[in-house]
Design a protein around this ligand. Structure first.
Ligand code: HEC
Length: 102
């Protein structure tokens, strides 16, 4: 029983490590999108929750990154997204763009 338990636990741990190794970037992106609140409008996978919000899935990563930088520096103006982007670091932007885009 104990041996079986240890085996199951280590198998689970290996699975988690494998997932992290393969999709580490995406796992971070999903967590960050939830933490920053992006998911409230753009959904967890970039399919927006309502037509007034743009879908981000399927969009180019480079394009998404540029838009977030532009909202942050004010060169693209939108009251909602300016608020969202103002506290994002360059790294946050890169991770979020990689998560939603491809
Ligand atoms: C309150 C709802 C809301 C939240 C929360 C939100 N957004 Fe947005 N987002 C919008 C709206 C509305 C637009 C369209 C703005 C415009 O017309 O420029 C938009 C536009 C964008 C765009 C540009 C899409 C395009 O096709 O040009 C990106 C990229 C984006 N959001 C990323 C994010 C990220 C990343 C977060 C989290 C840090 C976030 N958004 C949080 C509502 C939201």
């Amino acid at each position: 029983m104990i041996i079986k338990n240890v085996f199951v636990k280590s198998a689970m741990l290996a699975g988690v490590m494998l997932l992290t190794a393969c999709g580490g970037h995406d796992v971070d992106g999903a967590a960050l999108a939830a933490e920053k609140g992006c998911v409230a409008c753009h959904g967890t996978k970039g399919k927006a929750i309502a037509p007034m919000y743009p879908n981000l899935n399927g969009q180019w990563e480079t394009y998404l990154r540029k838009q977030l930088v532009a909202y942050r520096d004010g060169s693209r103006q939108n009251a909602i997204m300016a608020l969202q982007a103002q506290n994002l670091s360059d790294e946050d932007i890169a991770v979020l763009a990689a998560h939603y885009g491809n």
